[in-house]
Design a protein around this ligand. Structure first.
Ligand SMILES: [Fe+2]
Length: 281
């Protein structure tokens, strides 16, 4: 009887240990989801294209989206982001929309904090859905006061020794207007807050499209798949470099978060693109 009781105790003890291990692992993973939003990384892309003029070989573009200044992304973090990007010495900085989260008061605050962001050829960008919800006019005024250019439905040419590339953009797919301006003779980078627009382009296509909006899913199954994506194409345009219909699409995971303020295998990032003239073969 005594030996049987001991065996029973051992079995229960082992099971309890396994359960405890799972509970601790679960709590660690849960805790990590609140840490990951602070693990900002720099993701590098090198784009080879024979339509990039030689004068732009090595040209550096920084792209950030979805900063979402608000209850989960403080004024000081926006300032730190600005300083870090300024130190990266870019030729051009592009902003992909969704600058705030939850409240029109955050809009002027955001532009106060980001003011001073600078690059050789300037800072340009578009609005996202949150910017429409929290203050479209204030966001447009913020761009102006910071000296940034809104490139929605327009072309801004950048010149290097008489060679040109074009920067263009479109309004948010749900809240703005899309009247794309693309000259097929000139290498063109287009900014669209929502990556779904890549599947809706009519007429001339840009060579490179930059988008955000998805936050890479924010919470993913180890970076492979996300249950919640604000896209009618599911995970198709969730994250990264995607070739679609002869357009090179780069979707960023963004910088901030919306509610809940967690990330899992969808680290926040600054995208740095180096243009290379030639096919790369
Ligand atoms: Fe968005």
């Amino acid at each position: 009887m005594f030996r049987i009781k001991m065996c029973g105790k051992k079995k229960i003890s082992k099971r309890a240990k396994v359960i405890a291990a799972f509970v601790i692992a679960g709590m660690l993973l849960l805790g990590y989801t609140f840490v990951e939003p602070y693990l900002l990384k720099v993701t590098e892309y090198e784009i080879y294209d024979s339509s990039i003029p030689e004068e732009f070989d090595g040209y550096k573009v920084l792209f950030v989206a979805d900063i979402h200044h608000g209850p989960y992304f403080s004024y000081e973090r926006v300032e730190k982001l600005r300083d870090r990007m300024n130190e990266m010495d870019a030729d051009l900085i592009l902003l992909g929309g969704d600058y705030v989260h939850r409240g029109p008061l955050y809009v002027p605050e955001f532009f106060s904090a980001i003011s001073g962001l600078t690059a050789a050829d300037g800072v340009m960008g578009v609005l996202g859905n949150h910017d429409h919800w929290d203050g479209e006019q204030a966001t447009r005024e913020g761009f102006e006061s910071a000296g940034f250019t809104i490139v929605e439905n327009s072309i801004t040419a950048i010149e290097r020794d008489r060679a040109i590339i074009d920067i263009t953009g479109v309004g948010d797919l749900d809240m703005g207007t899309q009247d794309p301006m693309v000259n097929p003779e000139i290498y063109t980078i287009m900014v669209s807050h929502n990556p779904d627009y890549v599947a809706e382009i009519q007429g001339n296509k840009p060579d490179l499209m930059l988008a955000g909006h998805t936050h890479a899913g924010q919470v993913t199954f180890f970076g492979l798949w996300a249950p919640l994506i604000p896209s009618k194409y599911g995970n198709k345009f969730r994250y990264g470099e995607i070739d679609y219909n002869d357009i090179n699409l780069i979707v960023t995971s963004g910088v901030g978060t919306i509610t809940p303020p967690v990330r899992f295998f969808a680290r926040p990032e600054i995208v740095r693109i180096t243009l290379r003239s030639g096919s790369g073969d």
